[in-house]
Design a protein around this ligand. Sequence first.
Ligand code: HEC
Length: 223
Amino acid sequence: MKNLTLLSVVTASLLLIGCGQEKSAETKVETTKTEAAAPAHETVAQKAEKAVEATKEAASAAAEKTAQVAKEAKEAVTAKAAEATEAAKEVVTKKAEKAVEATKEAASAVAEKTAKVAEDAKETATKAVEATKEAVAPKTETAAAPAAFGKCAGCHGKNGKMKALGKSEVIAGQSKDDLVKKIGEYKAGTRNVAGMGALMKGQVAGLSDADIDAIATYVSGLK
Ligand code: HEC
């Protein structure tokens, strides 16, 4: 709009300057008219100059304002960008922390699970070994029943599960150490639980330490 105004003013000036170059052979009346019009020309020219000046000033002010706005916008964008970077950093850090935590947890869970599986496997293996031992042991021990046990069976039973003369404890399955100790005490005449110690002394008096060991091993293995 300002440009248009300026253009109009300039056009008007040019027209007026054109008027000033009119032939000198003009009539007096015309000269007078021209002279009368001169101040008007100046006024219009001055106005045009002022308008140009004002336009220049306005343009310079607008440029300044634009520069200012641009500067402010730039600053605002820079500040926002810094803020966004900070926020992004925080988010990334938090996410990384969470990821580390999750990884730790997962690793610990896996370790726990592995330990549990290993323990289970160990238990299973132990049980298998024991089962195998059990499956093999009785046969071996039955086959290795010492001859010295023969006379014991009459009162304690072939499998050692009878209460001898209804008085003794069941000897099958007692620990080898207990059996060795008890038999040794009967042999020495120092054990008498149900008043039949003397009877038992007679049963074991002739047994060697090797016999007692073999009997105790065998009887402790009876089930
Ligand atoms: C005539 C039957 C008889 C015979 C044979 C016999 N015992 Fe006994 N046994 C007894 C009696 C009765 C007792 C309980 C003795 C007591 O009062 O302490 C006993 C107790 C025992 C005990 C202690 C049980 C306990 O836990 O208190 C053992 C061990 C034992 N006899 C082993 C043997 C062995 C080994 C033989 C074979 C070498 C044998 N006996 C032969 C009758 C017999």
